[in-house]
Every structure is written in C-alpha cells, then in structure tokens.
Design a protein around this ligand. Structure first.
Ligand code: GLA
Length: 382
C-alpha cells in the first residue's frame, strides 16, 4: 500500500465517508550548501519522492481533528490556540497560529508518510507545509508557497523552539519536478535547474539518528553569529575568505573553522549550480566531495557513520561525488551516481556498509519531485 492509500484508508476508518482533498508534501535532499541558510547564504536542494500525505475534509465548525498512523489522535480549536504537548500535531496547530487563525476553517485529516523520520530528509518541514496547504485549501485561500514556507519556519523556531533556516520549508513548498533549486537565502530568489537524465541522486541512510536534537545545531549557529558580529557584518554571507583570514587570532580557532566552512560552502554552492547549468556533473561531484571534507573537518557536523558511508560511496564505480546531507550528526548522505552504474552501486554500498557497521543501510534512488500539491480524489496518486 502506498502512503497516499494509507492516508485515505485511515481517513475512512477514523472519520467515515470520503476525503475531499489529498495533500502531498515531499521531503527534501540537499545536494550542496549545508549550514549556509541561516547565514543568509546559498543552498541547492531538491524535493524527493518520499512524501507526507493528508486525506482531508473541511468541517462546519472551527475544530481541527487529526489522525496519523502510529500516533495518538489529536484535536484543537481554532479559537483557542495554545502550545501544548501534542507531539506531531503541534506542527499543525502552530501553522494555524503562524498564518493567523481568523479566516481559517476547521477540518478532519488523516496523515501518513513515507519520509523516514529524523533522517535529515525534512519530515517535520514536510508536515508543516502539508498543514499549511491543508488549511489553505479548506479555507478557500490562495496558495502562496513562499509565505507558507516562512510561516512553517516560524512554527519550527517560535512554536516548537527549534533552530532552523528557511531551506527545507522553501524547497518543499516551491520545488520544480526534475530540478534542483539554487536558493539565495537572503533574497529568497529561486533558480531551478534541470538535473541531467544520465545521473541518479542516491540517498544513503546510515541508520543512525542524531542525539540531543537541536543542541549541536544551536551551537554551530551561535558560532556563526559570533563571527559575523566580530566582523561587523549582518551574516557570514557578507564575508570573503580573505576577510575571514584577516580575523585569524582575533576569534577562536574553532569559530574560525566554523566560519571557514560557511564561507567556502557558499562559493562551492554557487559553483555547483553553475556546473549543473552546463551539465558538468563531474564538477558537481568534486564540489560535493570538497563539501563533505569541509563539514567534517571545519564545521564538525558529520559523524563516524556518515564519514564511513561517504567513504564507501566515493570508492564505488560510477560515483561522481558524495557527502552528508541535512543538519548532520547522523542521518543521511547523498551521492550522485552515473545512471548506468546505479543498480550495482546500490547493491555494493549496502553490502559494504553493513559488513563494517552495526547499523542497517537504507538506500533510496530518488527523482526530483515537485513541491507540495493537492490531488483531488480520483486523480492518480503516488
Ligand atoms: C536543517 C535545518 C535547515 C538547514 C540544515 C543544514 O535541515 O532545518 O534549515 O540549516 O539543517 O544545512
């Protein structure tokens, strides 16, 4: 059964009758540009096929009733939005708060997802954007993807209390099928570029999950902000490598290395987008390899499992480049693989990783999906 079918099945069982709409909200994988979004920098992500689905129906009152596979049911009143401990349902409630509850209608919705949770593929941002689209469609409001992304980021930051930049929400809301998008996280300019057909994007889940969610992330973010402040600039985006080197001795060695990752990563990301434009996949691969070394050695947001996965991937035939992806400290790596070598690559990487690791590898060959969308019942789904 697909996740969309699971959502519809749950809807029928829990609420009775048929849903009016199906919302699809994809996960994302970032090809390059890590820990740059909250420094006003550049990222190059794409949406993936793994998605969160909501089967829903508007209601006549102002209550939102939610059901999700593997979680307790939840409900809340649009006229009494208070932060609680409703786990995943807090994201839905937070969205109503962030977009402003007044014009919204209540609804009943059943959720199912094929995005691995906590793997660095943005399952929570997908939930936020799914909820924004659900509120929009039942309330007859126009869909404004960039505004929805900003609202979902506010939920993450101010309702859930978790640091995050704008990358995940923005790509999930705006992605173009078959394309990766260069995002300027200061201007929010979006430049989609088609991915070549002869290359696959392969997601490599190490089977490890980061512990102490948020604390390392905040630590890195604080280091970046300290350096920007010491340099009297708004964000690290405004520093060149020459500016940064001139700060040697004036800031701590650790802070210097964190900032060096961000400054060089911005340059690599712009270069990778240009290489994608000209179809130079070899160059993108090289930049991904450099990006992994930078985040491993300078930013120190990788992990031994991620380094192992990347090392094995890089050794395999057909691999153009590989790096950790997402927040880091566990979760997934991403590799670019020559299409004709993908089947063999998938087989070999699983075997070799599991031969030396206690964790199980999960490998997903994925296409670049479109951003969140609505399917009427009866349309082909998933
Ligand atoms: C997480 C955050 C993003 C971004 C990445 C690192 O996924 O949600 O905003 O900062 O980490 O690039």
């Amino acid at each position: 059964m697909t996740s969309s079918e699971a959502a519809v099945g749950l809807f029928r069982a829990r609420f009775g009758g048929e849903p009016e709409f199906i919302v699809r909200s994809p996960g994302r994988v970032n090809l390059i540009g890590e820990h740059t979004d909250y420094n006003d920098g550049f990222v190059l992500p794409m949406a993936i096929e793994q998605s969160t689905w909501v089967a829903l129906r508007s209601s006549d009152d102002r209550t939102v009733r939610l059901s999700s596979i593997g979680h307790p049911d939840a409900e809340f009143d649009l006229d009494a939005l208070t932060r609680g401990n409703d786990g995943w349902a807090e994201y839905v409630k937070g969205i109503a708060w962030a977009i402003g509850a007044e014009p919204l209608r209540g609804w009943e919705g059943a959720f199912a997802t094929s995005i691995p949770i906590g793997a660095g593929l943005s399952s929570s941002a997908a939930l936020g954007i799914a909820s924004a689209l659900a509120f929009t469609v039942v309330s007859g409001e126009p869909w404004r993807p960039v505004e929805a992304a900003l609202a979902a980021q506010r939920v993450e930051n101010d309702w859930m209390g978790l640091g995050s930049g704008i990358m995940d929400q923005l790509i999930i809301a705006t992605a173009k099928a078959g394309h990766a998008t260069l995002i300027d996280c200061r201007s929010l300019d979006l430049a989609p570029t088609a991915l070549p057909d002869d290359m696959d994007v392969v997601i490599l889940d190490t089977g490890t999950r980061r512990q102490l969610v948020g604390s390392e992330y905040d630590d890195r973010r604080n280091a970046c902000e300290r350096v920007a402040k010491a340099a009297h600039v708004v964000a690290l985006r405004d520093l060149s490598i020459v500016d940064l080197e001139a700060m040697t001795g004036k800031i701590s060695d650790d802070d210097l290395r964190r900032a060096r990752h961000v400054v060089t990563e911005n340059a690599r990301t712009i270069e990778a987008a240009a290489a994608l434009d000209t179809g130079d996949v070899r160059k993108i691969g090289e930049l991904m390899d450099d990006a992994h070394r930078s985040i491993r050695d300078d930013f120190e947001a990788s992990s031994s499992a991620l380094d192992l996965m990347v090392e094995i991937a890089s050794d395999l035939e057909g691999c153009l480049g590989a790096r950790m992806t997402g927040g880091g400290f566990g979760g997934c790596a991403v590799a670019l693989v020559r299409g004709e070598k993908t089947a063999r690559f998938v087989e070999e990487i699983t075997r070799r990783y599991e031969a030396v690791s206690d964790n199980e590898a999960k490998v997903y060959v994925t296409r670049a999906a479109a951003g969140a969308s609505i399917d009427s019942i009866g349309d082909p789904i998933e």
